[in-house]
Design a protein around this ligand. Structure first.
Ligand code: 5AD
Ligand code: SF4
Length: 490
């Protein structure tokens, strides 16, 4: 596939930006000088990043952003389809908009977009049962949002756009970011893996990568604007650069970003174990700005279940990978995703998952009960195990992981870490270490967005408490030594 087939033309982007201007004229007529938008995002960081681009378009149309749907002229939900629970929540929240629209603002424009809307049966349900929703578009139509909104405003009719024809990347739209010091940077979209349980390849299309020059230009701009942490995003970042041929793989891209000037750190997600190469691990170990955190979803510890899931590796291969990674980076934090109750999973399969969890001792784990997704292969598999057993397994896994995490956390007491301070709440700051541990400690708001040294004083099940370091000369010396070990980019 050549670049022409992967990227929206510059001309089409210019045309959409012209639609922003046209829409803004109609919006002013309807809502006055400063129309207000409320944007809510469900699901993963990929969706958060899409919403930043959608907010960039809304800003260009003249919107300001508000915190409550009650105050908004336009409400937009960017939805997630990965599990049924996420979909039920979206539908509940869309239902709650009806009385708000009727009571407060019947000109309110309600927009639904994202993965859930890319499914034809969901769009049809919205068309039939949620008549007050004005505009629906799927993941492939994001770049056409200005045109769709303009058409809705001009023709005053409901618009649905969930066509699957163009899985293209659009460059050149402005991005609206809520925070300047922590940034999402998408490097690729879509997924080719078709894990049998997963809806993502169905609603996000095939893998396509952004060109390195676009990514590097955006990274430079982020750093110039104060970004201290940049997270590179993709469903499977390890297959970066294949479509179109970008002339470099993910490890090489990481080295390029690492070489940019500035005081910042790099994270990335998600890595697929089947594609996690020695070159990538070596690059992580070599690059001082790349944080020693690897999110490597294992999904199951049973080879039989992994095969049924179409994951492309065995539990043993996964363990070897982790061992290799720890050898290169002894301070590495590994996190993972696990699905409990996949169709046909048996007691002995679940036990193998538990064994793997005890062997790896993940820093943290995202655990999910299997949720059948219409159109995926797993949804058609026989699933004899009842919900009660699955819930028991789920509780057992969460309980065991909690104990593992608590034991790991206890070992961190008295250690010093360099954290990026993320937020302040009533005199308490929350910071994240390079290895992705969260530490809460007393401190002033002006530290938000900067790196600082913290000593862990207490470890609870979920959180670490600490205090600012550097309070005495001895401690400063100790901290500086520890700092070498734990903080790669002071
Ligand atoms: N049911 C439960 N969990 C799922 N995930 C993806 N699809 C499903 C599903 N149908 C989980 C996987 C994936 C994470 C993002 O969501 O563990 O890694
Ligand atoms: Fe879904 Fe598998 Fe692709 Fe991840 S790699 S998005 S789990 S299909």
């Amino acid at each position: 596939m050549n670049t022409k087939d992967v990227f929206v033309s510059a001309q089409a982007v210019t045309q959409q930006r012209e639609y922003c201007r046209l829409a803004s004229e109609l919006l002013i007529r309807r809502f006055g000088d400063t129309p207000r938008a409320f944007v809510h995002t469900y699901g993963c960081q990929g969706n958060v990043s899409d919403s930043e681009r959608i907010k960039g378009m809304l800003h260009e149309m003249g919107f300001v952003f508000c915190d409550k749907p009650e105050d908004a002229d336009l409400v937009l939900f960017n939805t997630c389809a990965v599990r049924e629970h996420a979909e039920t929540r979206v539908l509940g929240n869309v239902g709650a908009l009806k009385p708000i629209k009727e009571a407060k603002n019947h000109h309110m424009i309600i927009v639904l977009c994202g993965c859930m809307m890319q499914q034809a049966h969901i769009a049809e349900k919205i068309r039939r049962s949620y008549s007050y929703v004005n505009l629906v578009f799927g993941t492939f139509a994001i770049y056409r949002f200005p045109e769709l909104l303009y058409r809705h405003l001009r023709e005053n009719k409901r618009i649905f756009d969930i066509k699957e024809e163009d899985e293209k990347i659009a460059e050149g739209f402005p991005v609206w970011r809520d925070r300047s010091f922590k940034a999402w940077l998408p490097i690729m979209y879509g997924c080719n893996n078709f894990c049998t349980y997963c809806i993502v390849p169905h609603v996000r299309g095939r893998e396509r990568s952004r060109l390195p020059e676009q990514i590097l230009a955006e990274a430079k701009e982020l750093i110039a604007n104060g970004a201290k942490e940049i997270t590179l995003l993709g469903q499977n970042v390890n297959s970066y650069g294949k479509t179109p041929d970008c002339g470099m793989n993910f490890a090489q891209l990481l080295r390029k970003i690492n070489a940019l000037d500035g005081d910042f750190l790099i994270r990335f997600m998600t890595s697929h174990p089947k594609d996690c190469s020695d070159e990538l691990l070596q690059t992580m170990a070599d690059c001082e700005k790349v944080e020693h955190h690897l999110h490597l979803p294992v999904q199951s510890g049973s080879d039989r279940v992994l095969r049924e899931m179409n994951r492309g590796y065995t539990a043993q291969e996964y363990l070897c990978l982790i061992e290799k990674a720890y050898r290169l980076m002894p301070d590495l934090a590994v996190t993972s995703d696990i699905i409990v109750g996949f169709p046909g999973e048996r007691e002995e399969d679940f036990q193998k998952t538990l064994d793997l969890v005890h062997e790896v001792r993940f820093s943290s784990l995202f655990t999910f009960l299997y949720s059948p997704r219409q159109g995926t292969r797993a949804a058609a598999m026989s699933d004899p195990i009842g919900a009660k057993t699955k819930s028991e397994w789920f509780r057992k896994l969460c309980g065991d992981q909690e104990q593992i995490a608590a034991m790991r956390s206890k070992n961190l007491v008295d250690k010093s870490f360099c954290v990026l301070v993320e937020e302040e709440n009533e005199g308490m700051l929350t910071g994240r270490t390079s290895e992705n541990f969260c530490i809460t400690f007393p401190g002033k708001k002006n530290l938000v967005g900067s790196f600082t040294n913290v000593i862990v004083t207490d470890a609870g099940n979920w959180t670490l408490s600490g205090r600012l370091a550097m309070e005495s000369k001895n401690e400063r010396l100790e901290t500086e030594n520890e700092h070498e070990r734990y903080c790669k980019n002071p």
